[in-house]
Design a protein around this ligand. Structure first.
Ligand code: SF4
Length: 306
């Protein structure tokens, strides 16, 4: 994504967006951040990992010159595009946005000035200084925590787990709204003991109100030989997370599953009824459960409830 020009690394993807879309924030997934809000999404070529299961490999594993098509946008154009769509959120997603950091940083700054919220959909492999420069309190991050195992990160993603955990802690400390996604792949990262260790870590370091999404794997890229995750496996993972104390645990990529919805962490009442990414009913008032008045952690109508 970068070339060396006289000893200076320069980006090749500033504003060269391989995909610009819009859709509900639930698709990120974000389930505790402005429910039903529209996000304007930006992504392009490149990644700092090479996950064998990547669903967006046609972007992430390509060089900028290999994009089939792209749009050239300035950060101002990007924010205007979001405004034109009446989007409340700009999201940097599809490929790893660290690879188009310069464009993301400037666009995020302009978006905040316009009252538009920021979402970064990331593998959280970034140095601390650029992370702290980029993220601001009340931004949101959807973090892919791919496994709780360095060997998995090394062998399946060509990455490392330790910096991901450090960056999740840093974002929590910065009051960034974090939701964690774990794609459960049969035979590779579905061991319940490992899932238990991961949930324990999240509970202790990010807090029990951190939303956790167990997403169903479907064959893609270099893992076309593995079957989709059985729903029962996702439900077992969810039960482990609940047993470890996490209050908001979702099952994703299974449209219509009861755990697409949000249930109050105190009384258990369904407070946001979702079918896949679509909201059917909300039983909340001012960020509180409509049944028992318990405050639900999240960013609701712009209000932040820790
Ligand atoms: S980090 Fe995300 S975009 Fe990059 S290869 Fe992995 S799954 Fe694909």
């Amino acid at each position: 994504m970068r070339i060396n020009v006289d000893g200076m690394l320069r980006t090749l993807v500033f504003g060269k967006m391989g995909t610009v879309t819009h859709g509900p924030v639930e698709k990120k997934p974000l389930h505790h951040f402005l429910p039903g809000a529209l996000a304007c999404n930006f992504g392009t070529a490149g990644c700092n990992l090479n996950c064998r299961f990547c669903h967006n490999w046609h972007l992430s594993q390509r060089k900028p010159e290999e994009l089939d098509r792209y749009e050239v946008l300035t950060p101002k154009d990007a924010v205007e595009r979001a405004k034109g769509r009446h989007a409340s959120v700009v999201s940097f997603t599809y490929n790893e946005p660290t690879t188009f950091y310069e464009f993301m940083l400037r666009t995020a700054e302009l978006a905040r000035e316009s009252g538009i919220k920021v979402n970064v959909n990331t593998n959280a492999l970034m140095q601390e200084v650029p992370l702290r420069t980029l993220m601001k309190p009340k931004d949101s991050a959807t973090v892919d925590l791919k496994a709780f195992d360095e060997t998995f990160y090394r062998n399946v993603c060509e990455g490392s787990l330790a910096p991901v955990l450090k960056n999740i802690s840093t974002m929590m400390e910065m009051d960034v709204w974090v939701e964690i996604v774990n794609l459960v792949i049969p035979g590779l990262n579905d061991h319940l003991d490992m899932i238990r260790d991961m949930c324990r870590w999240i509970c202790s370091n990010a807090g029990p109100d951190t939303p956790m999404h167990f997403n169903r794997f479907v064959p893609a890229y270099r893992l076309t030989n593995i079957q989709p995750t059985p729903v029962r496996t996702l439900e077992r993972a969810r039960q482990v997370a609940v047993d470890e104390g996490l209050n908001y645990v979702y099952i994703g990529n299974v449209p219509g599953h009861v755990n697409n919805s949000t249930f109050c962490g105190h009384c258990g009442e369904r407070i946001i009824h979702r079918v896949h990414f679509s909201i059917r009913a909300v039983n909340m008032k001012d960020g509180r459960c409509g049944a028992c008045d318990h405050p639900i952690a999240g960013v609701w109508d712009g209000k932040w409830l820790p």
